[in-house]
Design a protein around this ligand. Structure first.
Ligand code: PRT
Ligand code: ZN
Length: 289
């Protein structure tokens, strides 16, 4: 049984996931001083410390119980084949690992690459993908700028992280097959942890859930003729029952509700057509359902 009672959270010290991970911790109410240049940062209002390390080290640190939970891309956890539990998808750092080939070359898709050399920073996932599809490839490990490998003649194709696809395109490559879809995740160790730590994790997850829900929602307020009230309420049958308030003009009401951000424009257009006026939309800081 572990003895240290402080919950240790691993996150990337400096990179694409750092700012959003730190932002989520602060939004969940954790108070800590500047983390830049520090490896261990104590959280002032909880029995928690943050460990700021390279993202490549996070899955193993969590697997081994050096850290209890960690923020890391699913791509890294999968490549390390780490035995951990994913406790939450975080919705940021979205990207994919894809096979890409030189534009206009002889290879048109992954199917044609049996027996070739593939440059990648993800040798485990690349090998596995080709093996699962009945092919054998030689992986050429490159830790950065994988996309230049075909031009240098060290590989016929690449298997690399892609987000917009701009880097591949700029290097004369065409994305042919997605082998892994990724986003940032919160992972937890499978090693036994104390009830106190688990309680802290659960509390933290509840808060993060509230922040995520708030990010995905908007508070909407509008005025409407009483005659339109029924139709408007049917349009915003959102997260909970809307609030209807009387106005000085007794033929009018004010309606307040919460709507999901991804349907926000469609809902607003429908509300306008149904007679709503003075529609005001506000961001929500946090939401506990
Ligand atoms: O120093 P450390 O090891 O911690 O950092 P790192 O350099 O390994 O990682 P970092 O900060 O670059 O990325 C951290 C994580 O962000 C990755 O493991 C992914 O989970 C996620 N992520 C999301 C990305 C991208 N999007 C991304 N686009 N990681 C890398 N890229 C690269 C991509 O490979 C390409 O070279 O960014 C470049 C631009 O991509 P395009 O397709 O938009 O042109
Ligand atoms: Zn890394």
């Amino acid at each position: 049984m572990e003895t240290n009672s402080t919950l240790r959270i691993a996150l990337q010290k400096s990179g694409r996931l750092t700012e959003e991970s730190i932002g989520l911790l602060r939004q969940a109410g954790m108070k800590f001083d500047s983390y830049k240049g520090h490896m261990i940062v104590p959280v002032q209002n909880f029995d928690i410390e943050l460990l700021l390390i390279r993202d490549d080290d996070i899955p193993e640190y969590v697997q081994d119980g050096v850290c209890d939970i960690g923020f890391v891309g699913a791509n890294v956890t999968a490549e390390k084949n780490a035995k951990v539990t994913v406790i939450r998808d975080l919705g940021f750092g979205k990207c994919r690992i894809s096979v890409a080939v030189p534009k206009g070359g002889v290879y048109k898709s992954a199917k044609a690459l049996d027996g070739t050399r593939i440059a990648t920073s993800y040798p485990f996932l690349t090998k596995k993908y080709f093996e699962d599809n009945g092919m054998t490839v030689e992986t050429v490990f490159i830790s950065g700028a994988v996309e230049i490998a075909p031009r240098l003649g060290v590989a016929e194709a690449v298997c690399d992280l892609v987000s917009t696809g701009g880097t591949l395109k700029a290097n004369g490559l065409v994305e042919t097959d997605v082998i892994f879809s990724s986003e940032s995740q919160l992972i937890q160790t499978n090693k036994p942890i104390s009830a106190e730590k688990q309680e802290l994790i659960d509390k933290f997850l509840l808060r993060i859930g509230g922040c995520q829900l708030a990010q995905r929602s908007r508070y909407i307020m509008m005025n409407a003729p009483k005659d339109s009230q029924k139709e408007i309420l049917s349009i915003i049958s959102a997260l909970k029952s809307p609030t209807v308030l009387p106005l000085a003009d007794e033929n009018m009401v004010a309606i307040h509700s919460v709507v999901p951000i991804n349907q926000f424009w469609t809902i607003t257009e429908k509300l306008k057509s149904a007679g709503a006026t003075g529609i005001v939309i506000l961001p929500i800081e946090n939401m506990i359902m």
